[in-house]
Ligand binder design. Structure first.
Ligand code: DON
Length: 559
């Protein structure tokens, strides 16, 4: 072999020395975590301090939330974990979304006359998809983490064993789902006190869940999807009218998907890919917004334009989107600037477009969680996790501590029929064995020379418009507290109304919008629980914020 010339070694040495230096400058001065529960944020921070990276912390935060926020997410549910690895810039969405069981059929929630059976896709184990959360955590830990899964799960195991105190939010959610929880003996034992909503401060201990987490810590995904635990899950589900089989659990696989990417006013937007509709709908909206100088508009014009943009993008959600492994979606076209121009050309600035005029459909008629993490190496995680409705299906499989999701309701159980969030869908989101149901969960990154934002929120169909509203704040250079606090409004094509948080629209604005033909639905309660982290690259500072509407906690590490 020929000897390498001297310049070659000089060149090599230069990069060896220069690369880490260049890299160090590109790292944030502090780590930060924002999540919906203080116990989860703190446990995540401890894992970072113990030498874990953002991905280990994501496993810890997810697992702790599964214990202390049982109404939001859990081992019996799924989610999307959007990752950015600083060492090589890899961006990936870990798709741990639930799948329809192999015995699922398209009309499984309809009676012989084709009418929906009340509650069938919401309460009890027939409503549960095959969970993906555990497979996702094992995958993230193995392929992206630094610490053993055992260590990342330790805090959750401890909290499941020792218990956590019930707060007002827990009580509200339990009240909402009291009937479903009472219908499952194991759920009533785990989450209620003598069949009633427990009083504030009551300690919820979950020994069965601690054992299940321990089995996962010992055996990885096998501890959940195979062996004794899998058999217990299947037995309990089938005994109560569900259709799971052991092969459903054995066959479950997470999928690494390429996020959808777009640009808005100099910011690169990294969004959730199908089977989430989040990224596509968000980028469609941004592409339409980019056509006008929205900031320069008078308030009523701006809200009107935003609403028209929301309406159109949600129409496409209902029409086109579903599981990428099952349906062909015209994503390239939907995300193109030409398409945005075409869609926006039908927007009148003086008149609301009735949704029924947009070719699409005729309609017949929460809880989830998000966290955002940045570590000192610059690794990022935005994750939105769910068991769908508060306390999911309300069903706990006896002896497992696992509360099952009711994510099957996110399918379009009948074309044009609204689901629990009022969303309609079509063929693309029809039920099929092994298919993932369409989601609105939208973990999102934003990046420009100015900074890096990590954000997301629960809130069913309203997730995507909340992320849009938060993102617009970020692009305007507002502090991260504003992104999470900003008053919210929402339009989702059908029902044809603007949903408005209490106090979000002044009387005058309401009148102006009504004059243009909009129907307003002023809600009694606010919505969402946004968790955001921002690394301001210009001032090299890190900020984090948790939505004041929730009980979450955002903290950053010392420098
Ligand atoms: O995946 C979805 O779009 C829904 N299952 C999310 C549900 C949700 O955010 C409820 N939260 N309030």
């Amino acid at each position: 072999m020929e000897k390498a010339p001297v310049w070659y070694w000089g060149f090599f040495l230069f990069w060896l020395l220069a690369f880490p230096l260049a890299h160090a400058a590109a790292q944030p001065p502090a780590a930060a975590i924002a999540s919906a529960h203080p116990a989860a944020t703190r446990a995540g921070m401890e894992i970072l301090q113990a030498g874990g990276n953002a991905f280990d912390a994501a496993v810890t935060v997810s697992a702790v939330l599964a214990v202390v926020e049982p109404y939001s997410s859990g081992l019996g549910g799924g989610g999307f974990w959007l990752l950015h690895r600083a060492s090589d810039g890899k961006e990936v969405m870990i798709d741990g979304r639930e799948k329809a069981p192999l015995a699922a059929t398209r009309d499984m929630y309809l009676d012989s006359q084709g009418r929906p059976v009340a509650g069938a896709s919401i309460d009890g184990p027939l409503a549960a998809g095959i969970p993906g959360a555990v497979a996702a955590l094992a995958h993230i830990s193995k392929h992206y983490g630094r610490l053993p899964l055992k260590q990342s799960l330790a805090a959750a195991i401890r909290l499941a064993r020792d218990g956590f105190a019930v707060n007002e939010h827990y009580r509200r959610m339990a009240r909402l789902r009291l009937d479903a929880l009472r219908a499952s003996q194991a759920a009533a034992r785990q989450f209620l006190k003598d069949g009633e909503v427990p009083p504030p401060g009551y300690v919820i201990r979950q020994p069965d869940l601690a054992n299940t987490l321990q089995a996962i810590a010992d055996k990885g995904r096998e501890g959940f999807y195979a062996g004794a635990l899998a058999r217990r899950l299947v037995k309990a589900v089938r005994a109560h009218g569900g259709v799971w089989r052991e092969k459903d659990l054995l066959a479950y696989q997470v999928v690494e998907r390429k996020p959808v990417i777009g640009h808005y006013h100099g910011w690169r937007v990294v969004g959730a890919a199908p089977p989430s509709s989040g990224g596509v709908v968000l980028l469609e909206m941004l592409n339409m917004l980019a056509l006008r100088d929205v900031r320069a508009m008078a308030e009523a014009d701006r809200i009107h334009y935003l609403v028209e943009v929301m309406r159109r993008a949600y129409r496409d959600r209902a029409r086109w989107l579903g599981d990428a492994d099952f349906v062909d979606m015209p994503l390239q076209r939907l995300l193109s600037p030409e398409y945005a121009r075409e869609l926006a050309s039908s927007i009148s600035m003086t008149r609301a477009t009735p949704s029924e005029k947009l070719a699409g459909f005729k309609a017949e008629g929460g809880d989830t969680t998000h966290f955002s993490i940045l570590d000192k190496q610059g690794n990022r995680v935005a994750a939105t996790l769910s068991i769908n409705y508060p306390f999911g299906s309300g069903f706990v499989a006896e002896g497992t501590g696992v509360l099952l999701n009711d994510e099957m309701d996110d399918f379009s159980i009948k074309p044009g029929l609204a689901n629990v969030y009022g969303l309609v869908g079509a063929e693309a989101n029809a039920i099929a064995p092994g298919k993932r149901m369409l989601s609105s969960m939208s973990p999102t990154f934003l990046e420009s020379e100015s900074g890096v934002a990590i954000l997301g929120t629960p809130g069913g169909s309203r997730i995507i418009t909340m992320v849009l509203i938060g993102l617009l704040q970020a692009v305007e250079g507002k502090a991260v507290e504003h992104w999470v606090r900003q008053p919210r409004f929402h339009h989702q094509y059908l029902p044809d109304e603007i949903q408005v948080e209490p106090g979000a629209f002044s009387e005058k604005l309401q009148q102006e919008l009504k004059k243009r033909g909009h129907r307003l639905s002023i809600k009694e309660r606010s919505w969402g629980n946004m968790q955001a982290v921002y690394w301001n690259r210009k001032d090299n500072e890190v900020e984090a914020a948790s939505d004041p509407r929730g009980d979450g906690l955002a903290i950053k590490s010392s420098k």
